[in-house]
Design a binder for this molecule. Structure first.
Ligand code: SF4
Length: 259
């Protein structure tokens, strides 16, 4: 089984195709994965690898390690575009997510005031008040919606809870009043005898309807970049992403593509 984990709480900086020079914060364990989804394309591998033994880092650990790293980077004259919450699972599942976000914003302002703070989230916790408040504090809350159709959502994202459905996610994201970025991976493939394709007309119409309800600041469309735990997934080409982006832009949505 593929298990490409980050083995530290602070990692990088690495050049991200979406975000620039990015210092990562992994709020999940260093030796396992914890996520409320189990996406077929997850770069950290499937949840079946387990949560490991280390547990999640404490708020204090995150603060101390980030401070040390930012001091080192500053001393070496390194540039930084963004501090990104990502890593071995879903960052908003951390029990002190809001407090950690507040610490990170303070450290960013002290060391790299021009850098942005971004959170890559799967949106499943966006309906929780504390999480939503934290997401509204950061510069870029990049919230996942891969399909607005229940069957594709279930097969592609494999939510842990049977009650997690696209209409619930859309309702939660609407409450951000447009202060969010929605990210959608475009993908086709087979998994355990089921065919999935979120690039069909029906899927794109459903996504467009969701975007028009959520009114995000921007939609980020992207395609598979690295090896995925499910083997039979197809990378959607840049030309196709452009075609899909045009369709959404024609309806008034601001779209960025990363291919
Ligand atoms: S939501 Fe993100 S971390 Fe969770 S399984 Fe999907 S891609 Fe992986």
């Amino acid at each position: 089984m593929q298990t490409v984990l980050f083995h530290s709480t602070i990692y990088g900086p690495i050049r991200s195709r979406r975000l620039g020079m990015s210092l990562g914060i992994n709020l999940m364990p260093n030796d396992g994965k914890i996520c409320s989804f189990d996406c077929l394309y997850c770069e950290a591998g499937f949840n079946a690898q387990g949560p490991g033994k280390d547990g999640v880092p404490s708020r204090d650990t995150v603060k101390k390690q980030l401070k040390r790293k930012l001091e080192e980077m500053k001393a070496q004259g390194e540039t930084l575009d963004v501090i990104t919450f990502s890593g071995n699972g879903e960052p908003t599942l951390h029990p002190e997510f809001k407090k950690v976000v507040e610490d990170v914003l303070r450290l960013r302002t002290a060391y790299y005031p021009d850098a942005k703070v971004s959170v890559l989230s799967n949106s499943t916790m966006a309906g929780k008040q504390q999480v939503a408040e934290a997401l509204l504090k950061v510069d870029n809350n990049i919230l996942k919606l891969d399909s607005a159709m229940p069957r594709t959502f279930r097969i592609l994202n494999r939510p842990g809870s049977p009650n997690c459905l696209p209409e619930g996610v859309i309702a939660d994201l609407k409450k951000f009043s447009g202060q969010c970025v929605v990210q959608t991976i475009m993908v086709r493939g087979e998994f355990e005898g089921e065919h999935i394709d979120n690039t069909t007309d029906e899927e794109l119409d459903a996504l467009l309807s969701a975007y028009l309800q959520i009114k995000p600041r921007e939609v980020m469309l992207y395609s598979i970049d690295r090896k995925t735990p499910a083997e039979n997934l197809e990378k959607v080409t840049k030309e196709e992403l452009e075609r899909i982006a045009r369709r959404f832009r024609d309806a008034g949505i601001t779209v960025q593509i990363n291919a």
